[in-house]
Design a protein around this ligand. Structure first.
Ligand SMILES: [Zn+2]
Ligand SMILES: [Zn+2]
Length: 93
């Protein structure tokens, strides 16, 4: 993924018809002229990575829909089956 320093837009990649106007500069920025005439000062950024907590949540939710919802059985201790309980537990901590 690329972002533009000038307009803060993000791009999936540099279009093949965009023309580099400058050399690549410090910080990885390089000015490109797009076919529509716009200038964008682009540099590569990493797509946002999920945090450890988000990964855990995603796993739990996946297990819930796979093993609980699909089988129609609520599982004790699953905060997605029993959203109220999980909230109560969080308050205790
Ligand atoms: Zn731009
Ligand atoms: Zn569940």
């Amino acid at each position: 993924m690329l972002t533009c320093k000038l307009c803060r837009k993000t791009f999936d990649g540099i279009p093949s018809d965009a023309v580099p106007v400058s050399q690549r500069r410090q910080g990885g920025y390089q000015l490109f002229q797009f076919k529509n005439g716009e200038l964008h000062d682009l540099h590569e950024v990493r797509a946002p990575v999920l945090t450890q907590q988000q990964l855990i949540e995603r796993g739990q939710r996946g297990a819930h829909s796979r093993y609980h919802t699909n089988k129609g059985s609520k599982r004790e201790g699953c905060k997605y089956c029993f959203p109220g309980t999980a909230q109560a537990e969080e308050k205790k901590l």
